[in-house]
Design a protein around this ligand. Structure first.
Ligand code: AKG
Length: 266
């Protein structure tokens, strides 16, 4: 596991600056690939059950699924959600008193399509028509290598502080352009979810899951996502982890309900 010893505070500041300037940074080889393989294996039954139960909703486009991960091993792994480098970058952007509010996956399968170009959140103060400093981040990592064939995530860098209209105009004029982010297993992307982006078609037979861990400013209420923390897991957490998870419900038993995060594109 890469720690602050290997990525020093200057590098962390550099990653944070990249997110502020261009809306994302990629930290290579941060998560051991053996860990990713374990997540991949544990994820499959969840994906299959989700498709059986809710696959008909097609809310993210055909053959593309959003699946929340239960906060139990291997997914409740402090070496990932509480990683010093990830939290170091996150803290510099949304503050040391932020919250972790989401643990889920996006997975295009064969037959998926281009999504409409979108952002993941609305203006905080719509009456101003202006963007604010950052308040919501996604930490993403794929469970297999992303390739041009298997539905890479595409993003228009530097569009996070523009209005959607202005961003779309820049795409039309060629001033901005959508680029695939070809993350390898173990790489971690930290992004400001306001940039224009889209999912692309997976032409292969292998589903391409990408994990999303959401971190927000402490005052942002996102009722569509939350992490149920089983009491047994809570008891094992560090004080820092408890702090970041403090506004999530602690439950005696996981409630295995339907996905609430249906409206996702703005
Ligand atoms: O490529 C991906 O997995 C992300 C797709 C996406 O942007 C979304 O579903 O909101």
């Amino acid at each position: 596991m890469q720690s602050k010893e290997r990525v020093d505070s200057q590098q962390i500041a550099g990653y944070a600056q990249q997110v502020l300037d261009q809306s994302l940074c990629v930290i290579p080889n941060l998560i051991p690939t053996a860990k990713i393989d374990q997540w991949y294996e544990s994820f499959f039954p969840l994906l299959n059950r989700h498709i059986e139960r809710e696959g008909h909703k097609i809310n993210r486009g055909p053959n593309r699924y959003y699946v929340t991960l239960p906060f139990v091993p291997p997914f409740s792994d402090p070496e990932i959600f509480e990683n010093d480098v990830i939290l170091g970058v996150v803290e510099q952007i949304i503050g040391k008193d932020g919250v972790m509010c989401q643990l889920a996956t996006d997975t295009p399968l064969k037959g998926s399509d281009y999504q409409e170009v979108h952002r993941d959140t609305q203006l905080l103060f719509p009456e101003t028509g202006k963007e604010s400093p950052p308040y919501q981040l996604a930490v993403n990592f794929p469970l297999i290598d992303m390739t041009l064939e298997n539905g890479p995530f595409e993003v228009a860098l530097g569009t996070h502080m523009l209005s959607k209209q202005e961003g779309l105009q820049r795409l039309e004029t060629g001033e901005a352009r959508l680029e695939p982010v070809l993350l390898k297993k173990g790489d971690v992307m930290i992004r400001d979810v306001r940039h224009l982006h889209r999912g692309t078609p997976n032409h292969t037979d292998s589903p391409r899951p990408m994990v999303v861990i959401g971190y927000s400013r402490r005052w942002l209420f996102r009722p569509e996502v939350s992490i149920q923390v089983p009491r047994a897991t809570w008891e094992t957490l560090s004080d820092r982890a408890k702090f970041w998870l403090r506004f999530n419900p602690i439950v005696e038993q996981l409630n295995d309900g339907e996905e609430k995060y249906q409206t996702f594109a703005y």
